[in-house]
Design a binder for this molecule. Structure first.
Ligand code: C5P
Length: 219
């Protein structure tokens, strides 16, 4: 049996973007690389956790030696998360698309002389909120991320309350920070009643510190 402060703990991590189909060849996506989620999976496994890693189509490969569930869409990600429960902690690092096209076309949309196609959007399930608000079988620790471009602390604190998670890891993803898609992150760890500002550091270092805090919280 492996050791480490997270030995015997099952930890779910979501990571990467989701892809929401428009038609068979087109999709809506976002710029999440999956780097922070992957670093977290690696760091949690290094502390002995049994990691279940649910990932959308990320740029970086998933952590080695953990259970990986690959999905494309938000709806698939929610289903995968539900099959991965119960767990001791759940960390939602994925950048889930807020909306999907209501009815993806099963044929490639064509240019027509009548103008542009009209896309109707519907809201995706909020996976973090769904798990945070579970009344039975809720993970003991639920952690969300908040990628913000302005009013980072205020927006992230509102998110913590709205979603019902225990911690929010907030970061400023304004293009000039180079954080989204880059190798560094500057985060604020927010809980009900406190905020910690962490210095800018590598995403691996953020992941290691966070994994340490998760281990402390579970023990
Ligand atoms: O509301 P917003 O998308 O900014 O919230 C970000 C947090 O919520 C992240 O932890 C993300 O993984 C999670 N989330 C989710 N399902 C969604 C939208 C966001 O799990 N549909």
């Amino acid at each position: 049996l492996g050791g480490g402060p997270l030995a015997g703990k099952r930890v779910l991590v979501t990571s990467g973007p989701t892809h929401e189909p428009i038609d068979p060849v087109r999709y809506i996506a976002n710029r999440s690389s999956g780097a922070q989620g992957t670093s977290l999976g690696v760091a949690l496994a290094a502390l002995g956790a049994e990691v279940v890693f649910v990932t959308g189509p990320a740029d970086v490969p998933p952590p080695a030696g953990v259970q990986v569930i690959k999905v494309q869409t938000a709806q698939q990600m929610l289903a995968a998360v539900q099959t991965a429960l119960p767990c001791d902690a759940a960390i939602f690092a994925a950048a889930v698309a807020d909306w999907r096209v209501a009815t993806a076309s099963d044929r490639k949309l064509k240019k027509t002389k009548d103008g542009m196609p009209e896309l109707e959007f519907v809201e995706n399930p909020d996976i973090l909120a769904t798990v945070s608000q579970m009344t039975t079988g809720r993970p003991g620790l639920v952690v969300g991320f908040a990628a913000e471009t302005n009013d980072v602390i205020e927006n992230a604190t509102a998110k913590l309350q709205r979603k019902g998670c225990d911690w929010i890891v907030a970061n400023d993803v304004s293009p000039e920070t180079g954080i989204m898609g880059g190798s560094e992150n500057a985060v604020h760890l927010i809980w009900d009643g406190g905020v910690e500002d962490w210095p800018r550091m590598g995403k691996d270092a953020v992941a290691q510190q966070l994994a340490g805090r998760i281990a402390a919280a579970l023990n």
